[in-house]
Design a protein around this ligand. Sequence first.
Ligand code: MG
Length: 301
Amino acid sequence: MSFFEAEDPLFSTFVLGNAPLKTLAGGFDWVEGPVWFGDHDCLLFSDIPNNRILRWSPTLGMSTFREPANFSNGNTRDREGRLVTCEHGTRRVTRTEHDGSITVIADRYEGKRLNSPNDVVVASDGAVWFTDPHYGIASDYEGTRAEQELPCNVYRVDPLSGEIRAVLTDFQGPNGLAFSPDETRLYVADTGRMFSSDPRHIRVFDVGKGWSLTGGDVFHVVGPGCADGMRVDAAGNLWTSAGDGVHCIAPDGRRLGKILVPETVSNICFGGRHGHRLFITASTSLYAVSLAIRGAVRTSR
Ligand code: MG
């Protein structure tokens, strides 16, 4: 039985009939935050409870990139190729410079500590956008239990001034986020589990002049499970994690199909030689599958 499940004929054009869903590595506790470094031919990803960032290479296999890693979660690259990381343990977003030193991008808002930055993207102007739910301070499993000082907001850090601004303030648990290829849209997942209203949807915002956001309607309700990490392909389809694997959502909000994965998927990213390989962090394992479509060039892979 195929692990591809097409719900629209279009989905069949995105997948390869003979490409395997490969388990690249396993034995982790809970992995998230994959980011592809084509210049190093490797993928970095976080094993959050084990407080480390791991590296997988098609030629060298597994190694440790950073340990301890301040209970890192989401990772991406900025427009200069530098690693940008969300850290639960230190409740901050950091950038790893080309010389290996670490710069703090954001750790406070209006004098209060961030909760536990979860996922991050860098826009074409170099601004860093990140979500700040409280998951990483709700227990000692993926960080350190602590008092929540701020609501669960989405923030933008200005590339020139470094100013941090709350741009979305009406989320329960903002999680994954992604821009459309032309950056006219911003998708943000709201995830449930710890809230009475238990949101399990992705909202879409129109990005206007000066990066202002309007709209915010529910774009797609994810099920089973909820959306965590998301990436956009070159045609503008949104690929999101879900309870039974990875779901592909058309720009009009329709689900086109699924990649069924044996474990609960957290995050995904496009990578590989041509940006056509989808890397999937799922519970205790790292998976990958080659697709017939590439990731959007602008997205932070
Ligand atoms: Mg997340």
